[in-house]
Design a protein around this ligand. Structure first.
Ligand SMILES: Cc1ncc(COP(=O)(O)O)c(C=O)c1O
Length: 388
């Protein structure tokens, strides 16, 4: 019998030192972060409880368990066969990106991103002494698309050494198609640009869409890319600090591993490994139900906006629980947009401009029980009505 998970449970998280729930005053709904307000899957809780019961929590060996769990997940969810030796542990996707930039590029090299994009892509490049190059995504008939002419221009610059691809894309919600990924792969091969595919949102492709891991596109691009995954977004495990990097090519993998060692980041967290393995071996049912719940949340938000707040347009997502809202019609100066909703609606959104190329947009998480979303939308409506 399939297990069922109740995504409508509301728990008070403030006393757990939740960053999401303590950053703002208690009366503010924290919808700014890529973290759900759902309890994790029962098999993960059971595996952690069993480990706690053992009572000893010393240094953790580099066993093959993590790699086998990742291999199982990639095969069962994405029909992508990988070899266990391709998998490296890393504390988080963010850490993997920082280490990979260190390992694969030199100061002064250009690192390419597609804006608007997850804000940390900007800061990690800016903080690394590398040069940030941008391939702005184009909003066309309510859907973001890649400007391939500009992409080729950026990649053909001989100083461009690395591309950070967000697949599926935070915040615009695109689940890149086989055709798009093939074109990206061909261009990166032609200009010898290594690609890091951040696939942390891969589990959350909606029913009508298919996530394709970048290295599944061709053997050539597999040898010139790395994929970062983490059960954190899907299973609400961000505090566990256990993720994986999948690097098919041995030379690049070794360079990445050296960066992990040099940064003293190779040691595995006892509970993080247990949680990751339980998620990837036993969490499939949870993801199926989560995606269905999220799609219903997105449908609800879309309908509510159309009916009650038509000045705010939803960019229809294909994946992730992050909605990209076009609020330009409200007429507020971009820098006042998020603060306005914080003040008048008591909701924290991520300001679109922090993602680059996103002025006048807001990012809203719908990883919440539906009752919380209903409250949020009502508060938004009240706030917008004050604008006259
Ligand atoms: C695209 C993307 N990559 C990475 C992260 C962070 O993942 P981690 O907690 O593993 O660093 C996020 C979280 O918002 C994200 O959206």
């Amino acid at each position: 019998m399939t297990r069922t998970h109740n995504f409508s449970v509301q728990l008070d998280r403030r006393h757990t030192d939740s960053q999401m729930h303590t950053l703002f005053p208690e009366d503010v709904l924290p919808m700014h972060l890529a973290e759900t307000d759902f309890t994790t899957a029962q098999p993960i809780i059971d595996a952690l409880a069993a480990r706690v019961d053992h009572g000893m929590f010393g240094y953790v060996a580099e066993s093959e368990g993590l790699a086998l769990a990742v291999q199982h997940w990639m095969a069962s969810r994405f029909q992508f066969p990988i070899e266990p030796q391709w998998v490296e542990y890393s504390p988080s996707v963010g850490s993997s990106l920082v280490f990979a930039v260190q390992a694969f590029t030199q100061p002064g090299d250009r690192v390419l991103i597609q804006t608007p994009v997850y804000h940390a892509f900007h800061s990690l490049i800016d903080n690394s002494g590398r040069i940030k190059a941008e391939n702005p995504l184009k909003l066309h008939n309510g859907r973001y698309e890649i400007d391939f002419e500009d992409l080729e221009r950026q990649l053909s610059n001989p100083r461009t050494k690395l591309m950070l691809l967000c697949n599926p894309h935070n915040p615009v919600g695109r689940c890149w198609t086989k055709l798009e990924l093939t074109r990206i792969a061909e261009l990166c091969q032609r200009y010898h640009v290594f690609v890091i595919a951040d696939e942390v949102h891969a589990d959350l492709a909606y029913e009508a869409f298919t996530h394709i891991p970048l290295p599944a596109i061709s053997e050539e691009i597999a040898q010139q890319c790395m994929v970062t995954v983490n059960p954190s977004k899907t299973f609400n495990l961000a505090g566990m600090r256990a993720s994986a990097a999948i690097i098919p090519n041995e030379r690049w993998r070794e360079a990445f591993r050296i960066a992990l060692i040099n940064n003293k980041a190779i040691d595995r967290p006892v509970f993080g490994i247990v949680a990751l393995e339980a998620a990837y071996w036993h969490g499939g049912y949870y993801v199926d139900q989560l995606v269905a719940y999220l799609e219903e949340n997105v449908r609800f938000v879309g309908e509510y906006l159309r009916e009650h707040i038509p000045q705010i347009k939803l960019i229809q997502p294909e994946a992730t629980y992050l909605l990209w809202l076009d609020a330009r019609e409200l007429g507020l100066p971009p820098e006042q947009l998020a603060p306005y909703f914080m003040r008048e609606a008591k909701i924290a959104f991520r300001d679109g401009s922090s993602c680059g190329n996103g002025e006048g947009f807001l990012r809203m998480s719908v990883g919440f029980p539906i009752a919380v979303l209903e409250r949020a939308l009502h508060q938004m409506k009240q706030a917008v009505s004050k604008l006259g």
